[in-house]
Design a protein around this ligand. Structure first.
Ligand code: NAP
Ligand code: MG
Length: 404
């Protein structure tokens, strides 16, 4: 390549913590700067800077994504009591991902990165299964209480005085009250349909409307209405489908499928199923994640955290073998989307080449330690590289691809 790719609009670059912060800088130095006149608006969400700004920086970063449309985020520490001590924090700051998600009102889609040589545990899953989890309400915003041995009545009284008995307890028991809102379900549906169009993949949605005739049925109805009114034609043009089915039927179909679709799940189903799917595809380090807002803003990141255990070893001067693939794919995702929105063909092509070079590097047998035990390909003896060594190999593969 002779000339560096120029960009029009900046990408919102959100830096983070620990091992992933080290990887972040190396990705830019080794894989991006040599090829792109990288234009970003930089937000440092490293815990020290969140503390220094009273976490205002997180809000500013989320608003910048609203302004520019595309962001890429490094993993960040969500403080707990130990972190408050470790970083002498004045407050246990909230999860940055939670803050950003609530400002963008988005849905998180998790997608596994498939490598020739790393077989999914479910052998038929030869294409990615992307899980969309509704991240609001249900048991995650539930109210629960214990009913004592003397029992009692749980009821709802409407403003007009009429009432509905939920349960008359004759003895001890438990109660759970859950809710959701039309607004949140509507946003979820739009994010799902937008992402399906973006990826050109079918989307499935599942719930238990046969048993939950009002609650789950409301989800089904809202999805159906939004689809009919806003997406049906666009889906036809893109040659993709929306498909609703019962959660049990969905599970059975998913197991028999070859992947290659998006599976939208209610909050709890998504929590559980995303771990199942991630496990089958090998490693959390091979899982990317994108937050899509109902307005069509995108924030790309790795699904894993800051890999604290490796970072502490790094601080001790020990060598680490931390997998950077999901973070590379977060960058390629953001660059591709930026290229598409600004009609910069070379940027889209670069993103595709970067992903291909990363996969090829592993397929040739160069990988981080976490993948060695999962990898099996005739004639190739997998080699475990350290964190920077692996990125160096990817850079080499990329150079070869561009010098051809
Ligand atoms: P983690 O950072 O995902 O790491 C958990 C373990 O998984 C690691 O110790 C490592 O196992 C393995 N692992 C994860 N990513 C890997 C990678 N890229 N390469 C190789 N191995 C990898 O989760 P955590 O330890 O529970 O959390 C650490 C910090 O990250 C916390 O402060 C948490 O708040 C934060 N976090 C942030 C996000 C986010 O920003 N999206 C998400 C989750 C967690 P071995 O040690 O066995 O090698
Ligand atoms: Mg879970």
């Amino acid at each position: 390549m002779t000339k560096k790719i120029t960009m029009k609009t900046p990408i919102v670059e959100i830096d983070g913590d620990e091992m992933t912060r080290i990887i972040w800088k190396e990705i830019k130095d080794a894989l991006l700067y040599p090829y792109i006149d990288l234009k970003t608006e930089y937000y440092d969400l490293g815990l020290k800077h969140r503390e220094a700004t009273g976490d205002q920086i997180t809000i500013e970063a989320a608003n910048a994504i609203k302004k520019y449309g595309v962001g890429v985020k490094c993993a960040t520490i969500t403080p707990n009591a130990d972190r408050v001590k470790e970083y002498s924090l004045t407050k246990m700051w909230k999860s940055p991902n939670g803050t950003i998600r609530s400002i963008l009102d988005g849905t998180v889609f998790r997608e596994p990165i498939i490598i020739d040589g790393i077989k999914p545990i479910v052998p038929t899953w030869t294409n990615p299964i992307i899980i969309a989890r509704h991240a609001y309400g249900d048991i995650y915003a539930g109210v629960e209480f214990v009913v004592g041995k003397d029992g009692g009545t749980v009821s709802m009284t409407h403003p007009d005085g009429s009432s509905l008995i939920v349960k008359n307890f004759g003895g001890a028991g438990i109660v759970q009250g859950v809710h959701n809102t039309d607004k949140s379900i509507t946003s979820f549906a739009r994010s799902c349909f937008n992402f399906a169009l973006d990826k050109g993949l079918d989307i499935w949605f599942s719930a238990k409307d046969t048993i939950s005739k009002i609650y789950d049925h409301r989800f089904k109805d809202i999805f159906a209405e939004i689809f009919e009114e806003e997406y049906k034609e666009k889906f036809k043009q893109r040659n993709i489908e929306y498909f609703y089915t019962l959660i049990d039927d969905a599970v059975a179909r998913v197991m028999r499928s070859s992947g290659g679709f998006i599976w939208a799940c209610k909050n709890y189903d998504g929590d559980v199923m995303s771990d199942m799917v991630a496990t089958s595809f090998g490693s959390l380090a091979m899982m990317t994640s994108v937050l899509v807002s109902p307005e069509g803003y995108y924030e790309y990141e790795a699904a894993h955290g800051t890999v604290t255990r490796h970072y502490y070893r790094h601080l001790q001067g020990e060598s680490t073998s931390t997998n950077s693939v999901a973070t590379i794919f977060a960058w390629s995702g953001a660059l591709r989307k930026r290229g598409e929105l600004d009609s910069i063909e070379s940027l889209v092509e670069f993103a595709n080449t970067l992903e291909a070079a990363t996969k090829e590097t592993i397929e040739k047998g160069y990988m981080t330690k976490d993948l060695v035990g999962l990898f099996s390909k005739p004639g190739i003896n997998p080699k475990a590289l350290d964190t920077i060594g692996f990125l160096g190999k990817v850079a080499e593969t990329l150079r070869i691809k561009f010098s051809r």
